[in-house]
Design a protein around this ligand. Sequence first.
Ligand SMILES: [Ca+2]
Ligand SMILES: [Ca+2]
Ligand SMILES: [Ca+2]
Ligand SMILES: [Ca+2]
Length: 377
Amino acid sequence: MKHGLWNVIITVAAVVVAGTAWADEPDWETMPYTTHAAYQAVDADGFGTFPTTDPIKMRGVIINKPEEMLDGTPSAPAFLGGQWQIYVQTGDEGDFGGTACWMGQLYGNLPWVPPDQSYTDEEWLAELDRLNHDPASGHEFRPGDLVELRARAPGLHYAGKSNINEQHSKNPTLDFDVLLLEADYGLPTPMLLSLSHLKDVNDEFIFDPTRATGCEHYQSTLVRLNNVTFIDTADWGPEADLELTDGLLTFPVRLGLGAGFTDYGPPSGAFDIIAILDQEDDNDADGYKHGYRLWVLNYTGNDCILPEPFPLLGDANCDGQVSWRDIDPFVAALGGQTQYEDQFPCCLWLNADINEDGDVTWRDIDPFVEVLCSDYE
Ligand SMILES: [Ca+2]
Ligand SMILES: [Ca+2]
Ligand SMILES: [Ca+2]
Ligand SMILES: [Ca+2]
């Protein structure tokens, strides 16, 4: 983990003012939401432009389990000890993208942070317990929950993203909070992309500083690529850095900590992948225009979709979209679960249960036609 000079300057400045500037708790109720698009804005070189100086409030859907992303074990062997990270993706109209919320245990290991800013193991576990539960109800957060972020520090630009964090201080006035807005609100449907959305013809990352297109547009969101293969799976296992290809272009893949990467070998051939499009550009010499990767957090060993088939009503062939290609598979699903699963071993039979009564019957036919037609509006 490397921090550019810019981050150091911001960190030091923020820590210096923190003790006095925010002695009073912000008025969260009246504070407007900061959009993810605003918070993640960058300049022509990819440096974050949103000022990380005052408290902000954001909202979105949690899209990962923190324990599948970073090792939160107290005093874990990483440079910063235990780490915790969730990505929160917007579902708001007029907004796009997502934001990572990050915590580290041993901030004091950073050369510019005093050693007393590291959490003891006990303090660290208390912080994780606080962040993994809604303070009002005690609800344990999980992917698909709609949450509000209240960030006092509020965060830092790091390697191409503007993160929510404590600016490497354990002073509670720099805490961020996660509050439940709606449990099981639902995961956003992963955006179905091809590699040509992310790479140019020379296999270079597409960096658009307006963030309207290219990797920036999808940063910190769930995306899906179909029919790709790993170039080399020799390193397969938790935390491996691999590369996939569609036959023409390539893209880095980071494997998470999910047990599936230990329990199962790599897929034997072509597969579809559902992952968080992340950026961590460890070389800021020419800005932050590189370092994009797909972070896939677990694998169920089904040999065709990483990490697993995604529920999407009407998507009877499991390609991540509802189209005319689903008509024949939908008819097959009407023939019963066993017959359908023989034919589509990687699919969810209940994707054809359009009226959501737990069965696939003639009653789903009209609703299926409706879903199919609405897709063409
Ligand atoms: Ca970026
Ligand atoms: Ca704290
Ligand atoms: Ca489909
Ligand atoms: Ca049904």
